[in-house]
Design a binder for this molecule. Sequence first.
Ligand code: HEM
Length: 407
Amino acid sequence: MSSGLQKIDLTSQGFKNDPIPVIRGSQKAGSLIRTKLPLIGKCYLTTTHAATTDLLKGKDRFAMQPKNAGKRDLTWWFNFLPQSMRRLSKNMLTSDEPDHRRLRSLVDQAFHRQSLADLRSRVEELCDAYLDRLESANQDPVDFVSTVARPFPLTVICEMLGIPEKDRPQLMGVFEGMLKSNNLFELIRLLPKFKELTNYFEGLFETVRANPGPGLISALVHAEEDGDQLDKDELMTMVYLLFVAGHETTVHLLSGGLWALEKFPEERERLRKAPAIIETGIDELLRFVSPVMITKPRFAKQDMEFHGTQVRRGEMIIGFLAAANFDEAVFEDPEELNLSRKPNPHTSFGGGIHFCLGFQLARMEGQILFTKLLERYPDVHLAIDPDDVLWYKRFGLRGLSELPVTV
Ligand code: HEM
């Protein structure tokens, strides 16, 4: 790597299994390090809690859209994506004020129409149904990811969106293919499937426009604030964002959380005996697993000094959420899992104006899953050594590809 750039490994099995050595190494180099990341290119990475939260809260100094910081595009390969896919990458999470505020208030309105308390009993019912599937793990190990951790939050988000049950298997198949795509060519190969999905959603928008139904999609189609509504493209990108952000991250919290409990058997036992500690425990699992390890890139709107480094207008900075979550200046014994940790100012849901829309839902799903799992299957254990698990290769996310368990 050319001079001035720090080499940093964010993808290997070793890093995903134990990110601490990389985190400590980068923190030693400064609050902000200059590096080159796959698909993204040259950028800065924050390594401390203070720099990460300042970045996330700095909407006046940092932009999500490169053009708002005097740059043309995120990366060269972006221009090779078909127009339909490029459009999708310009969603609420990648937009700046005032567009972001407008989109967020329309979705907030639709999202909060369904109260979490009302949803809770349905989420519990679904969790029980997926946990039933573990019965057979009495005899042989069962993969916790494909049996429970993936289908449970996927079904919850489908129900929230109001996607009819009969259509779900097909949609889930296409989305899984998209999420597994690690490069441009794999994405392009999925184009026909992608078109199919877009046609499907367009049809659903028309149906619920004529006959409002339950769920977020219908609420979004009809959402209106001060006479303002989402247009067709905005609706499509919002539904994709909710679908992807609404389940993939939760899958990793559920499977990574179980893995973390196995690494800390005393904490696991404490939770089994006193399930109420899941109230604080879920935030500790979020901190410890850090399912979203890095943020979307931000662009400096002007030349500035940021945490001791001179950054130029247009340069890219990414928040290293996992490093912030293990910052010794903020967390006592950060490398220990402590389910009673309080306060716990983890950054796993981001911060500032893009703070995760679904944080309460994700917390609720995690609390329900871990409480029920240990209550119904007190002897649930990994069927392999926790250091031999297989991590997802995908860059930026920390999740398990599979997790064999016995009950
Ligand atoms: C364990 C589960 C989850 C984690 C760790 C997580 C993490 C995050 C993070 C880190 C961000 C900010 C990214 C950035 O600033 O670059 C974010 C934003 C977002 N999340 Fe989540 N999320 C989770 C679950 C959910 C769920 C269940 C939903 C939806 C139902 C959701 C919807 C969103 C949306 C829409 C945004 C964009 C918000 C905006 O731009 O205003 N997330 N999430």
